[in-house]
Design a protein around this ligand. Structure first.
Ligand code: G3P
Length: 217
């Protein structure tokens, strides 16, 4: 499973990059607004830090303008993935941009039928929003399972990018359900490494080591 990080904060990306765990980055207009930075500049900087796909989202709502915006975003760097909303216009724009050789990420996916359309439109990634479904009392993970089954039935190559991840359990469950990628807020990526028994065990080991009076270096 690949991990993308869901942030437009350069320092967070810089801090995580040396871990080798960052396979890509996703942004959206809300994350850009939160960063307070210029959109094009931020995407260019992220693309310099991370080699993998960096999703940059269009803000037009009709397909012709989405295509123009997508082409402009793709010029920022070779690893830009054009993020498009999962509307009918977004699907039309997706087909054109994919046929031109661009990679795309269809976002705001809340149903298996939307995901089926995204695959037929040639999307590189489909982003089902788990947390926002959970917020409504609908099991977001079922959506990942349904999409996995549909894509496997027909051999679609569109990658399932589990998004709107809120908990470490979302990561585990997405992995079990067969999502290809999970995009995580940085805090969730750090949280995956944490376990109270690891901390407790390490504390005991270090106490015992101190008693030996030895040092490795
Ligand atoms: O990048 C899209 C996504 O992950 C949004 O998450 O927490 O705003 O629902 P959230």
């Amino acid at each position: 499973m690949k991990f993308f990080i869901d942030t437009a904060e350069i320092e967070e990306i810089r801090a995580l990059a040396p871990s080798g765990l960052v396979d890509g980055v996703t942004t959206n207009p809300s994350l850009i607004a939160k960063s307070g930075r210029d959109f094009m500049e931020v995407i260019a900087e992220i693309c310099e830090i991370v080699d993998g796909p960096v999703s940059a989202e269009v803000t037009a709502t009709n397909s012709a303008q989405m295509i123009d915006e997508g082409r402009k975003l793709a010029k920022i760097a070779d690893n830009v993935t054009i993020k498009l909303p999962l509307t009918f216009d977004g699907l039309v724009a997706c087909r054109t941009l994919v046929d031109e050789g661009h990679t795309t990420n269809l976002t705001l996916c809340f149903s298996a039928n939307q995901a089926l359309l995204a695959a037929k439109a040639g999307a590189t990634f489909i982003s089902p929003f788990i947390g926002r479904l959970d917020d409504m009392g609908i099991d977001g993970m079922e959506l990942i399972e349904e999409i996995r089954a549909i894509y496997d039935n027909y051999g679609f190559e569109t990658q399932i990018l589990a998004a709107s991840i809120r908990t470490v359990n979302h990561v585990k469950e997405s992995a079990i359900a067969g999502a290809d990628v999970a995009t995580l807020p940085p805090s969730t990526l750090y949280a995956l490494a944490k376990h109270p028994l690891t901390d407790k065990g390490l504390e005991a080991f270090l106490k015992d080591w101190e008693k030996t009076g030895q040092s490795i270096l």
